[in-house]
Design a protein around this ligand. Structure first.
Ligand code: AMP
Ligand code: MN
Ligand code: MN
Ligand code: MN
Length: 284
């Protein structure tokens, strides 16, 4: 397969914090020209069987996926897994454990927002939650837009529910070591998601890539909705420096909230190995 395959290997459904169902995403991907698709819900594989069936119904090659929340150097880092056996017992148990703290965190976030005069946000956010085990900050953001606290969800993440702002509750997610081993143990490839978003110093970023590689991680997102051309070049260089393959994914969540639609991304740079070269046997 080639670099110019229109692969979109990162997006979300109502099974985590997206607004479309797997049955809505598959035809949208197909219509947008996607040639290889993965659904990567946060900390959850509950949408995979639906996505497989929906992809088959429109003739769209599919890889299983998930985006695992990890705490590394005190920062939340996301690790995408691709092409694993989504019924693997250790993977399923690890994801369940990672989801476990979300309910309590959401109640504490709501309590903190009540302290600044915005009551009832937990109950309000629940209206947007498609999976009771996966209440996320995105659902809070949608409710805060609904009640007019902010005009759009992006503004919520500037004024609330991020570090130092009202409604933020620090949370300890999975260890990097565990997330990588759940993915690789289930036969998949682990990929560092949107590295340009973490705000690490060069030393911290070097530590992330070095440790990830040592643990058996194999890929990094080079082209993603959150990256610009400088990031494409930087992380293509990282691929060569660390011996990693390159992934490509929109991180699409919603037609009204996401800037990058499914499949609407620049091609991978020519000087990297695409992640799908490692996954040809895993395509459904
Ligand atoms: P959580 O896993 O509950 O901490 O929620 C994280 C989710 O919030 C991410 O997966 C994004 O979908 C969303 N998010 C985080 N930061 C931003 C931002 N600056 N703008 C829009 N959405 C964001
Ligand atoms: Mn999300
Ligand atoms: Mn992410
Ligand atoms: Mn994502």
């Amino acid at each position: 397969m080639t670099h110019i395959l229109n692969a979109d290997l990162h997006c979300h459904s109502v099974v985590s914090d997206g607004t479309l169902t797997p049955e809505e995403l598959a035809p949208r991907a197909k219509d947008n020209g996607v040639e290889l698709w993965a659904l990567t819900d946060h900390d959850e594989v509950g949408g995979q069987d639906r996505a497989i069936a929906a992809a088959q119904a429109v003739g769209l090659p599919f890889l299983t996926g998930a985006e695992i929340s990890v705490t590394f150097l005190g920062v939340t880092v996301h690790i995408v897994g691709l092409g694993f056996d989504h019924s693997d017992a250790a993977l399923v148990a690890g994801l369940r454990q990672t989801r476990g703290g979300r309910e309590q965190r959401a109640r504490e976030m709501s309590d903190d927002l009540a302290r600044v005069g915005i009551p009832g946000v937990y109950e309000g956010a629940l209206k947007y939650v498609g999976n009771p085990e996966l209440i996320s900050r995105s659902h809070f953001a949608r409710y805060l837009v609904e009640i007019g606290v902010c005009k759009e969800t992006n503004d919520v993440f500037r004024k609330y529910i991020t570090e130092g702002k009202p409604g933020f509750v620090a949370h300890r997610w999975a260890a990097l070591r565990d997330a990588v081993s759940w993915i690789t143990g289930a036969g998949g490839v682990a990929v560092i998601a949107h590295p340009g978003r973490y705000g690490f110093t060069p030393n911290e970023e070097y530590a992330l890539f070095t440790e990830f590689k040592a643990l058996g991680g194999q890929g990094v997102e080079v082209v993603t909705g959150a990256h610009g051309p400088a990031d494409y070049a930087k992380y293509a260089d990282f691929c060569r420096e660390f011996g990693l393959v390159a992934s490509r994914g929109s991180d699409f969540h919603s037609p009204t909230e996401s800037h990058t639609d499914l499949g609407r991304l620049p091609d991978l740079p020519g000087n990297v190995t695409p992640v799908w070269e490692l996954l040809t046997e895993r395509i459904l």
